[in-house]
Design a protein around this ligand. Structure first.
Ligand code: IMP
Ligand code: MG
Length: 181
C-alpha cells in the first residue's frame, strides 16, 4: 500500500467514474454555451485537475482565468474568505463559469459570486466537481455538478487535507484519525 493510500478509508469516486462524468458535464456546457465565448474561472488550488480534465471536453471557444482564495484551515471553514489572486482579464459583458472542486458550506462561492458580479459580467454560473448539500450555509446552488457527496471529508483529484493528497487520482474519504490526530 502506498504512503497516501494508508490514510484513505475508502474510494468514494473512482478514476473511471470521474472520467465519465467530467466528460458528460464538459459536453453539456459546450451545448449550453454554443455560439458564446465564456470565461472559465478556476478557483485555485482545488480546481486544477477537474478543470484540466473538464476543458478537454469543452468544444466551444472559451478563455480561462484563475482566482486563488483561502477560507479553509484543516477540515473546517473559518468562514472568512481572502482573495490571494484576482482575475487578469476584464469580465464585463462576459459569461462566467466558476469552476470549483467542492461546494460545501457555500461561503466561498457565494462570496466570489457577489465579488465578481460588481464587474458586470453577462452571467455567472457555477460548475463544481462535488456538491455536499448537507453542510450548506449560504443560499447558493451549482448549475453543473458532477457528484453529490455525503458529509465526509474527501481528498484527491485536486482536493487536499493541509495541502496533501491532491495528487491521488481518485476521490477518497480520509480516515478520521488522520485529522483527529
Ligand atoms: P465552502 O466555502 O465551505 O463551500 O468551502 C469550499 C472549499 O472548502 C472548497 O473549495 C475546498 O477547498 C474546501 N473543502 C470543503 N469540503 C472539503 C472536503 O471534503 N475535502 C477537501 N476540501 C474541502
Ligand atoms: Mg482546500
Amino acid at each position: 500500500m502506498g504512503i497516501m493510500e494508508k490514510d484513505i478509508e475508502r474510494v468514494l469516486i473512482s478514476q473511471i467514474e470521474l472520467e465519465k462524468k467530467v466528460q458528460e458535464i464538459g459536453e453539456q456546457i459546450s451545448k449550453d454555451y454554443e455560439g458564446e465565448t465564456p470565461i472559465f474561472v478556476g478557483v485555485l488550488k482545488g480546481c486544477f485537475i477537474f478543470m484540466a480534465d473538464l476543458m478537454r471536453h469543452v468544444s466551444i471557444n472559451c478563455s480561462m482565468d484563475f482566482m486563488a482564495v483561502s477560507s479553509y484551515q484543516g477540515t473546517s471553514s473559518t468562514g472568512a474568505v481572502k482573495i490571494n489572486k484576482d482575475l487578469n482579464e476584464s469580465i464585463e459583458g462576459k459569461h462566467l463559469i466558476l469552476v470549483e472542486d467542492i461546494l460545501d458550506s457555500g461561503v466561498t462561492l457565494n462570496y466570489l459570486k457577489n465579488y465578481l458580479s460588481v464587474r458586470k459580467p453577462a452571467s455567472i454560473k457555477i460548475a463544481t466537481l462535488m456538491d455536499k448539500p448537507a453542510r450548506r450555509k449560504a443560499d447558493i446552488y451549482a448549475d453543473y455538478s458532477c457528484f453529490e457527496v455525503p458529509d465526509a471529508f474527501v481528498v484527491g483529484y485536486g482536493l487536499d487535507y493541509n495541502e496533501k493528497y491532491r495528487n491521488l487520482p481518485y476521490i477518497g474519504v480520509l480516515k478520521p484519525e488522520v485529522y483527529q490526530a
